[in-house]
Design a protein around this ligand. Structure first.
Ligand SMILES: *Cc1c(COP(=O)(O)O)cnc(C)c1O
Length: 456
């Protein structure tokens, strides 16, 4: 290993620091605005929801932020995660490309989400918080926070999007196994939930609504805080362990990526694998092509507007500039529940606006075709969300074959699909369809974007 990488890793090859891309950006992120005054928010505005240590990370431009010892001690259970070369997939595709994947499914919850859940639980515990409230789509985040809460002795309440609550009873059971309380959203436990149910008692829910419910509960008590599993800068920061490990592991393999592919819901696993490489590029290192893959049914990066919007449906959150489909947009109930969010991380949106990354959208069936092909070559059954990254990587490998160029492709296999087998059952039964979102609903949601006068 090179000296610079040895400095970043400890004796068990775990990163000592989280890497913050904000230190190396050519242009600073647009400010986060107060929903009432449209003025930049200060730390005090966020204090009802998050402990100060996380707020400091949210606005930090420091390049390296030390990972606390107790967090690294938990990471050590499954980190560093393996980096595999997909040789049998390469052979099946008859591609000259070298395909590597970082496998985050080895965490207890089965995805990358515990990387931030553990950190967030640690800082909340340090700040004397007793209870964390959150939302979950597919259940990956809810089970990750439930796991972290159990380790640090925090009570956890999870608002789970109704459609996933009904589709994924095993994720709910996992949260309950870790000791969390899981409520279907929209629920009767909050004002925002009751308002939605009054208009539509059989509403299938959305992440935007579940966020409103969680924020509402968290804001009511001093000893209760909110936790978000994606989108925010501090979440993306915690995920940087993925890319940092990948740099060191690829160095051991004597390789470096020409292309990096990740799936994007809120943008955290994508940022996690991408930002350390992008930072190296921005500091004068090798240029990497970076591709974000999103579902055609919820295409925030490829079809959304780059504008200030709310993070939730009831408009309780601050305004952030991001690629958004509009906070009232409810995507169709496709299987990659973790990718059903109306917005995109402000940091990832900023990278798209600066042309530092590309984005593509794929429909559900093509994505599952890719996931099944991957499983038959490599043995790992990807989460439906991760299938988007698999599809993106396979497309890049096929392009290498057609162009006769041997590029190195790295993608993030952000989770396994062991709790998502109903999606595979539906796929094999021919019941999976490519659901289009409602163009009229998208137009309405975009028309409802808040009017924000932006500083030049
Ligand atoms: C939550 C989740 C996602 C989507 O969230 P990002 O913040 O975009 O990473 C993707 N894949 C898996 C496995 C997830 O659990």
């Amino acid at each position: 290993m090179s000296e610079s990488i040895k400095y970043l890793l400890d004796e068990s090859r775990l990163p000592r620091f989280w890497y913050n891309l904000c230190a190396d950006l050519p242009k600073a992120l647009p400010p986060v605005l107060h929903p009432g005054t449209h003025q930049p928010v200060g730390p005090d505005d966020l204090a009802p929801l998050f402990p100060m240590a996380l707020i400091a990370q949210e606005v930090s431009t420091e390049r390296e932020i030390e990972i606390p010892g107790p967090v690294r001690d938990v990471y050590r259970q499954w980190r560093p995660t393996p980096l595999y070369r997909a040789r049998r997939l390469e052979a099946a595709l008859q591609t000259p490309a070298r395909i590597y994947y970082k496998y985050e499914g080895v965490s207890p919850a089965g995805s990358h989400k515990p990387n931030t859940a553990v950190a967030q639980a640690f800082y909340n515990k340090e700040a004397g918080v007793k209870k964390l409230v959150t939302e979950t789509g597919a259940g990956q985040w809810g089970s990750s926070l439930a796991f972290a809460g159990a380790l640090f002795g925090l009570e956890v309440q999870v608002f789970m999007v109704r459609v996933s609550y009904d589709q994924k009873p095993y994720r709910r059971a996992l949260m309950e196994t870790y000791g969390a309380r899981c409520v279907a959203s929209p629920s009767t436990e909050t004002q925002s939930g009751r308002a939605i149910l009054a208009r539509n008692p059989s509403h299938s829910g959305s992440l935007g609504i579940a966020i409103s419910e969680a924020v509402e509960v968290a804001a009511q008590r001093d000893d209760t805080k909110y936790a978000l599993g994606s989108v925010l800068n501090h979440v993306l920061l915690h995920q940087s362990v993925i890319g940092q490990e990948a740099i060191a592991q690829l160095e051991m393999a004597g390789d470096y990526p020409d292309v990096i592919v990740g799936c994007t819901g809120g943008g955290s696993n994508f940022a996690g694998i991408v930002t350390p490489f992008l930072g190296a590029q921005l500091r004068g290192g090798r240029k990497v092509r970076i591709v974000a893959v999103e579902p055609s049914a919820c295409p925030s990066l490829t079809r959304g507007r780059y504008a200030y919007d709310f993070g939730d449906t009831a408009h309780l959150t601050p305004l952030t500039k991001m690629h958004t489909l509009g906070s009232t947009f409810t995507p169709p109930g496709f299987h990659a529940g973790g990718l059903r969010y109306h917005g995109m991380a402000p940091l990832v949106s900023h990278l798209k606006a600066l042309d530092l990354i590309e984005a593509v959208a794929h429909p559900q069936l093509a994505v599952f075709d890719a996931g099944v092909q991957f499983a038959r070559a490599e043995g790992i059954v990807p989460a439906p969300e991760a299938n988007h990254a698999v599809k993106g990587a396979i497309d890049e490998a096929i392009r290498c074959r057609e162009e006769g160029v041997a590029r190195t492709i790295l993608f993030n296999l952000c989770g396994h699909g062991h709790f998502d087998m109903q999606a595979y059952i539906d796929y094999f039964a021919g019941k999976l369809t490519d659901q289009a979102y409602d163009e009229k609903e998208l137009a309405m949601a975009l028309a409802g974007l808040p009017a924000v006068a932006e500083a030049a």
